[in-house]
Design a protein around this ligand. Structure first.
Ligand SMILES: Cc1ncc(COP(=O)(O)O)c(C=O)c1O
Length: 381
């Protein structure tokens, strides 16, 4: 073992590591996938269909493409607006709210951290589902907060069980509607009854990352719900429907007093020039894009459901541009075998769905390539 005399550097590093909070030491890092060219070399591929991240295969709306193409390199020498001024104006006009009610982040994931930092201190607790978007749980855990995970019921968030998990230490409940990865969703009545029963001093993060994928009139609109429930903070993103995942732009909307609190713990200038511009342009040009994306997703979902049914496989999917399927093959093995045929899917063990994979819904060519590869793997046994 190193001592201050035999190896001073190793000794001091081990002293530093000893002082790290136990909850950080216990936390396991998420390992992102490697860049496509690296993976393609690794698997010997000339083409890769990326169906792992629920990106929009159609890309962004035309105006956003034009805005990005016109971005002058001189503009990148200047800092962006530190609080996404123009984009907040555009969001306010779109949703009939004040620009001060919006907070824009480097993806909505960045804002999850800001909300948790704003409302929670030592000894506080969070509540969310066990099989949902994992970042709520991760940030809670590496912030040293008790994060209570409530099991889904029939692949959907369970309102009664979530309410039971709330106690006097609970500061925030995270609801993902529709839920990633199951696509299940609460209708207006379910959400309303839940909010009526929840103590009004618990913040509710209503994550509507995939909201734009549905037209169902029974689906609640967080922008309207927050008017009646001041404890609700709505999260949306430009990463999914708007095809701007690579630029990292997401936002929160809520009552101004609450948003002002979150702003204190939010890093200013975190959203870059290109992201702000492209998001504003995307918002101004979304009608045709949303219709085309919904049509693509609906076609892909039907196609995959039929394929899974014909194979006798259990599948789950509702609202959102993704579907999950369960096979008898371990998901990591299935991932590698699909990768060898140029198709990348999401393994679901980390979402607590062992032996399931999630597939993003995209154009016909990609869906056909997936089904071909999937059948070939299953045929091999
Ligand atoms: C439910 C949900 N919320 C938020 C996000 C992240 O969005 P962003 O890219 O804006 O950080 C995702 C991304 O997969 C998601 O599935």
């Amino acid at each position: 073992m190193a001592t201050p005399h035999t190896d001073p550097a190793a000794w001091s590093t081990s002293r530093l590591l000893d002082r790290i909070p136990a909850y950080v030491r216990a936390f396991e890092c998420y390992v992102p996938s490697r860049p496509d060219p690296v993976l393609m070399r690794q698997y010997g591929l000339s083409h890769l269909y990326r169906l792992n991240n629920n990106e929009n295969a159609l890309g962004p709306p035309p105006l956003a493409r034009e805005a990005l193409a016109a971005l002058e390199s001189g503009r990148t020498a200047q800092y962006p607006s530190g609080d996404s001024y123009n984009l907040r104006q555009a969001l306010a006009a779109r949703f009939g709210k004040s620009p001060e009610q919006f907070l824009v982040g480097n993806g909505s994931t960045e804002i999850i951290a800001a909300v948790i930092k704003s409302f929670c201190g030592p000894g506080d607790a969070l509540v969310t589902a066990d099989q949902t978007f994992a970042v709520y749980e991760w940030v809670g855990r590496f912030s040293g907060l008790e994060t209570r995970l409530v099991p889904l019921r029939n692949h959907a968030l369970d309102p009664g069980a979530l309410l039971e998990a709330v106690n006097e230490r609970t500061k925030i409940v995270f609801l993902c509607n529709p839920n990633n990865p199951t696509g299940s969703w609460w209708n207006r009545d379910t959400l309303e009854a839940f909010l009526e029963s929840l103590p009004a001093d618990v913040v509710v993060v209503l994550d509507e990352a995939y909201r734009e994928f549905t037209e169902d009139s029974r689906f609640p609109d967080g922008m309207e719900v927050m008017e009646r429930h001041p404890n609700v903070l709505v999260f949306r993103t430009f990463s999914k429907m708007y095809g701007l995942a690579g630029l990292r732009v997401g936002y929160l909307c809520g009552g101004q007093e609450l948003v002002d609190v979150v702003r204190r713990c939010h890093i200013v200038y975190s959203v870059n020039v290109a992201g702000q511009m492209a998001a504003e342009a995307a918002l101004a040009d979304d009608a045709g894009h949303i219709a085309a994306t919904r049509a693509m997703v609906a076609g892909a979902r039907d196609f995959l459901r039929d394929a899974f049914d014909s194979l006798g496989l259990e599948h789950v999917g509702g609202i959102g541009n993704f579907i999950m399927v369960r096979t008898a093959i371990p998901d990591t093995l299935l991932y590698r075998q699909l990768m060898r045929q140029g198709v990348m899917v999401r393994t679901m063990t980390a979402f607590r769905f062992p032996n399931w994979i999630r597939i993003s819904l995209a154009q016909d060519e990609a869906m056909e390539a997936f089904v071909r590869a999937f059948r070939a793997v299953l045929d091999q046994g």
